[in-house]
Design a protein around this ligand. Sequence first.
Ligand code: SF4
Ligand code: MSK
Length: 646
Amino acid sequence: MSEKHIQRSYDPASQKMIKKAESDNVKIAWDRYDAMQPQCGFGELGLCCKVCNMGPCRIDPFGEGPQEGVCGATKDTIVARNLTRMIAAGSAAHSDHGRDIAHTLLLAARGQTHDYKLKDTEKLKKVALLYGIDINGKSIEKIGEELGEKCLSEFGQQEGELKMTKRAPAKRLALWRKLGIVPRGIDREVVEIMHRTTMGVDNDYKNIINHGMRTALADGWGGSMIATELSDILFGSPKPIRATVNLGVLKEDQVNIVVHGHEPTLSDVVQQAAKDPELVALAKKYGAKGINLAGMCCTANEILMRHGIPSAGNFLQQELAILTGAVELMMVDVQCVMPALSVAANCFHTKLVTTSPKCKFPGVEHVEFKEERALEIARNIIRMGVENFKNRAKERIEIPKEIRGLVAGFTTENTFHILGGKYRATFRPLNDAIISGRLRGAAGVVGCNNPNIRQDWAHVSMVKELIKHDVLVVQTGCSAIACAKEGLLTPESAFKLAGRGLQEICQAVGIPPVLHVGSCVDNSRILIILSQVIKEGGLGEDLSDIPVAAAAPEWMSEKAVAIGFYAVASGVYTIFGTPQPVLGSENVTNYIAAELENIVGGKFAFEADPIRAAQMMIKHIDKKREALKLPPLMYEREPVRMTNND
Ligand code: SF4
Ligand code: MSK
């Protein structure tokens, strides 16, 4: 393997496929990234504005050229507006996903689709109570219908507070109320960003960003939380489950169907259809041994968490899966689906199929998904894949051997049970472990891949450094897949890497030191876990008191910015591997990376070196331990040395 391929990805399977792309003469994300260099410095600093037709305007970062747009907008205004529009887009994406799940719940409850059932009725009742629904004497379907209606109404709600925000500790909710950032309605906050940031409205960068936080909260404690909770109700709450990950899950002797994107609605039915005896028999008729379903990105996480369906990889592997030459069909729904997929698919026999009216590609076959006919549509798509098996060019097939086992499927509820035992479900053991110093604290490591960082390397390096220092790690999205590929999501292999205190906890309760809690919308599970920790007692009164930190070391999506802002607005110190496009304004940078801590208890930091970033997180966790007057760590290793002055 050449140094170039090794430098592009930390994952050997991806390295092999990057090399194959070169020999097959297929351009992939890394090539397009190279071709894009040097990238626009104004864009990188957030200094380009094109919100009106007097522009585009750009501010000279060296102070020699224009320092204001045609309208007089300063760099502070322009940077804050651009950043906040990223929050709007990210929140809209997560929340529109949540809206679709609420719609499916409603259809299922009303009997307008027979392909979905309300599976987790216990959670249904719990969430219904939270929404103030009287469940006495009502059928499951009636409760489901009322809950679906209430959740859907929160998207267009104009006044009041989103119901899920009540799950935050009282002190946090009171702070949001004092700051005027409790979200009123999900769509309302997104629309208000677009209004405030259009030409000639809000010019106060702090005021703009504060509304950005309100919108991000509407995502984390609204749209995303609705997506997670209602998915659990509809598709069943995940339970710890063993599965496999990486391109090696693709099978040379089977029809390979990859589902990619974010939503579980169709993929959950596709996993049933893939077992259909008639379709399996058809696959055999074409010479395949069976039908092999694998996931990609967060659609993968959804069906991995609930059904143990293997994951073929994370964001930067979507083109690489096609490059194996062994994928008969890739079905995509929404989000993180590279437009370039159609080009890669055209170079092989792979059939690319879009399914959402929101996500079509020119020249790509579109099979529109309808909840009312979900299973029938899923069967048709699988059949298309099976029939494509005969078009395989056997001589072009190269499936990397890399495959790893993992344990996924952790949720707030089951972590609660695992920790406290069946009859005493409680977070007490977790709190006690932190209080006693056996565990230093916890960290959420989440987010994407980005060709501007060696694929997976930052995720894996950061997580290894954290667990080594007795920090329990929770993960979602492509970050979880990256660490799974390294074997960190198994009790067995990760134990040798975890600190002694963390090992003891994991051994006692039988969990890996790195817990996979789901897809990107499932970051909302982390908010609930933290709220439960406060409720349990002994670790302060607010989310910002807990010894925790968060990171998105390889982020690329606007959704990561929304997640980052709801984490910070919830009081969590959050590190991004590469800076958000704010460095063009010292004021905005200082506001989000320093001043916010005194306002909401959380703030951002940007650090590209994942080890140093992990050390910064550990230092923050130690600062919180000190503030809580917790005793020293039970098994203190060498003190964490910072590589630079912090
Ligand atoms: Fe230029 Fe102002 Fe228009 Fe932006 S809003 S493009 S800074 S004139
Ligand atoms: S899929 S948002 S690349 S984590 Fe959720 Fe991965 Fe980031 Fe998409």
